[in-house]
Design a protein around this ligand. Structure first.
Ligand SMILES: Nc1ncnc2c1ncn2[C@@H]1O[C@H](COP(=O)(O)OP(=O)(O)OP(=O)(O)O)[C@@H](O)[C@H]1O
Length: 255
């Protein structure tokens, strides 16, 4: 299943918040059909770097990004790239489930509608159903598609947000601690879903939980003080880390 095709290539990425140098010269390749986990102690820059991948940092006034992030040969920071179009190709799921105050159907239909991806109501219905199925939510909501998304349980809301993110058929799905607001059962469901999603997308997940990184990812990147210290196969990072800082973190001595 793993094709090892590179979906995104980051080179010499630096991020500054005013004078705070939050990401220092990071190079990373994001592979297709792979879950890549970003781990590291609080404040090391995991979320900042994740947000570079779909230009979510553009929304933070004091934030400056330097370097190159290539997707399909194009630098996503090129002035000709429309960040709204980019975010349809690089979808994002946040820590706290954040469905729109709309129906379940409209939450999922929103992206395809604004990007003009469907030509008829029947086609839109199909995209909504397919996205909800891929997000492992269809069976639970098919009889109440017009009920508010906010009426679902936390775990269902997070799967709805995943359905919304994949409805535009992205290349890459970014997840910023997607299970941190969920109970263990909902977490297990979302983790199972993440494994399923990688058959179709490149998935990048920020997690505080090393157990979660070990369970769901095939690649792991360890960040420390804004540096990407080590990046490699998850098994190798957790069993034979090459850098002493990685070893200290995974054995619980730092972080
Ligand atoms: N919106 C922001 N404005 C100013 N500084 C920020 C902002 N977001 C992050 N930072 C700073 O950038 C650095 C990296 O933070 P970031 O949130 O990316 O780390 P993190 O590894 O994701 O941390 P955590 O695990 O606690 O979420 C920190 O010094 C933080 O204070």
């Amino acid at each position: 299943m793993t094709t090892e095709t590179t979906k995104m290539t980051a080179r010499s990425v630096q991020v500054f918040y005013g004078d705070n140098h939050a990401i220092k010269d990071v190079d990373v390749d994001i592979l297709d059909n792979t879950v890549t986990a970003f781990i590291g102690p609080s404040g090391c820059g995991k979320s900042t770097f994740l947000r570079c991948l779909n230009r979510m940092n553009d929304t933070i006034d004091i934030c400056r990004v330097q370097g190159e992030i290539l997707m399909q040969g194009e630098n996503i920071y090129d002035p000709r790239v429309d960040p709204v179009q980019l975010r349809a190709k690089v979808g994002m799921v946040f820590q706290k489930p954040n469905p729109f105050p709309k129906s379940i159907y409209d939450n999922v239909a929103y992206g395809p509608k604004i990007h003009g991806l469907t030509r008829s109501k029947a086609e839109l219905d199909e995209v909504v159903e397919k996205s909800l199925r891929r997000a492992a939510l269809w069976a639970e909501v098919k009889d109440r598609l017009h009920a508010p998304g906010t009426g679902l349980s936390g775990g269902q809301q997070q799967r709805l947000c995943i359905a919304r993110a994949i409805a535009t058929n992205p290349e890459v799905l970014l997840m910023d601690e997607p299970c941190s607001a969920l109970d263990p059962i909902a977490t297990a469901q979302v983790e199972e879903l993440i494994d399923e999603l990688r058959t179709q997308f490149a998935v990048v997940i920020v997690t505080h939980s090393m157990q979660q990184a070990a369970r769901v990812s095939q690649r792991t990147a360890f960040f420390h003080l804004g540096n990407l210290v080590e990046y490699g196969e998850t098994g190798q990072i957790f069993t034979t880390p090459r850098d002493p800082r990685t070893e200290s973190y995974i054995t619980g001595r730092i972080g």
